[in-house]
Design a protein. Structure first.
Length: 201
């Protein structure tokens, strides 16, 4: 049996051979091979942060796939790029009130250790790193969440407030640290414990 299909004499639309399509962002259009292309991600929805760009079609090298605005050199053929987003898991507020959001627990804590300020948690499954070595006077605001701490060592004076710390193993406070707990619950496993280093000098 032969099946015949009708082929229209005219086809609507345009076929592009050098085109960039940007999902969740701007920069779509026709480009010539070798031309610099700039793409910008859309503003994230509330509670979200830009995560990275992914190349869905084409062979291109983005200048920086982690920046909301980035560039690449147009190859031969068409390109599809997509802006990806993630939930905000923490923010850091500096001494001037500037707020930086983070989608990665470790990166947030690393920047907090280096720069201080107030680290505010936005996720119940947030995992505290081993060392809390933020500059003296820094604040960890649990923001009503329950966070997990497997080993928890505090080496500088700080304030921890507004939430629950689930201690899996041990907490350790060094002799030069003064820790202020405000509206904090410590929930410990049976074998978990706190140690405080005493300075006899």
């Amino acid at each position: 049996m032969t099946v015949r299909t009708a082929v229209p004499s005219e086809t609507a639309g345009t076929i592009y051979t050098q085109y960039v399509s940007v999902e969740n962002g701007t920069g779509s259009g026709e480009y010539t091979e070798g031309e610099d292309v700039q793409i910008t991600a859309d503003t994230p929805e509330d509670g979200k942060i830009f995560k990275n760009w992914s190349v869905e079609l084409g062979s291109v090298q983005l200048t920086d796939s982690t920046k909301a605005t980035t560039t690449f050199t147009m190859p031969k053929g068409c390109v599809i790029v997509k802006a990806n987003y993630a939930d905000i898991r923490a923010t850091i507020t500096d001494s001037e009130g500037n707020v930086t959001p983070y989608a990665d627990d470790s990166r947030a804590q690393n920047d907090w250790r280096n720069n201080g300020g107030t680290l505010t948690v936005y996720a119940d499954d947030f995992l505290l790193d081993y060392y809390m070595m933020a500059p003296a006077g820094s604040v960890l605001d649990l923001n009503g969440h329950s966070v997990e701490a497997r080993y928890f060592a505090i080496s500088n004076s700080c304030t921890i407030q507004n939430g629950t710390i689930l201690m899996e193993y041990s907490g350790y406070i060094l002799s030069n640290a003064v820790v202020t707990f405000e509206n904090v619950t410590i929930a410990q496993d049976e074998e978990a414990y706190w140690e405080v280093e005493i300075n006899n000098g």
